[in-house]
Each structure stands twice: as C-alpha cells, then as structure tokens.
Design a protein around this ligand. Structure first.
Ligand SMILES: [Cu+2]
Length: 181
C-alpha cells in the first residue's frame, strides 16, 4: 500500500467534512437568534476552535516526530562506521567513482562532491527504483550511507539539471552478492 492510497481517501473525507460544515452554516443563516443564543454559540465556537488547533498541533507534532525520528541524513562531520567507502566526483558530464563496486549487505559510505557545478548523485536499483540520492556540490563533501539489499547493476544518474549533457550523466555501480558466512 503506497502513501498516496492512504492520503487520497483521507483528503476526500476531509473535503467532505468541510463541505458538510459549510452546508450546515448556510442552512442556519436565516434563523434569527437571541443575544443569549449568540453568546452561547460564540463560546461553543471558541471552544471547538481551541480544540481543533490543539489537535492539529498535536497531530503535526506527532507526525514530525514519527517521520524525522530516524533522520535520514547521516552525520556529516563525524566519522561514520561504514564497511566500505566510495569516493564520488561529479563533473560536466559524468562521474568518477572509486571504487565502482560494492557488496550487498554492507553499509557503504559515499563521499560525494563535484568538480564544477551542482549535480545530484542518485542511485537507482536494478528494478529501476530510486535507492538513495544526495547533492554533489563543488567545495563540499556530502556523505551518504547506503546498505544495498540485493546484488546487481545499479545506475547512477544526475538529478540536478546541469547543461546539455545532463541526461547522459550516468554510470554503473556493480553490487556483488553477500559474503558467505
Ligand atoms: Cu545533471
């Protein structure tokens, strides 16, 4: 089940709820109210508003905590406990990658930089799905930690438009089978 399949019906439900509120307000518009009723309704509206924003805040807080608890970007200034290191440099229009191989199951640290302009180092799996990506920036080394689950040929592709040769800025990373224990 993808996120879209969950978000789409939830959005529809939300839109439906908002529509119902509007229909209710419009249907009540012509009914005259006494001062007491108005005061009472105003108070109720403020209570609902306070609860609504409170729940919204709690929801966003919880969502942020759940999704960012395991921050996907590794520490950039401390040594990483990786099994292997691959040095990557992007240039117009290609990649130098040292070494160009990795082993499935190992944690690989990519140290990504650029010779000229901003590029984006993206690794696609043998099935065509995006596995990992980070910016390749001149003057900076961005670290990326990847644990390859399956052996095969992975395609490295630039994802930051960098000139006429951008679409051809590809190379291959070969991931070999797990070491037998
Ligand atoms: Cu590019």
């Amino acid at each position: 089940m993808t996120t879209q399949n969950v978000v789409w019906p939830l959005s529809l439900l939300g839109i439906g709820a908002v529509t119902l509120v509007f229909v209710f307000v419009i249907s009540q518009a012509r009914i005259p109210a006494t001062a007491d009723e108005t005061r009472h309704h105003t108070h109720t509206a403020h209570v609902i508003q306070a609860w609504f924003f409170g729940l919204l805040l709690a929801g966003f807080g919880l969502g942020t905590w759940l999704t960012l608890r395991h921050f996907p970007i590794p520490a950039q200034h401390t040594p990483l406990q990786a099994d292997a290191v691959v040095d990557v440099e992007g240039f117009m229009w290609g990649w130098t990658m040292q070494p160009q191989t990795a082993r499935a199951g190992q944690t690989v640290e990519f140290r990504v930089t650029s010779k000229d302009v901003n590029h984006d180092f993206a690794v696609y799996g043998p099935d065509g799905n995006l596995v990992a990506q980070t910016q390749a920036m001149p003057g900076f080394v961005n670290k990326l930690l990847v644990q390859f689950q399956q052996a095969g040929d992975y395609t490295v592709q630039c994802l930051e438009y960098c000139g006429v040769g951008h679409g051809f800025m590809k190379t291959t990373l070969t991931v070999s089978d797990r070491e037998d224990n």
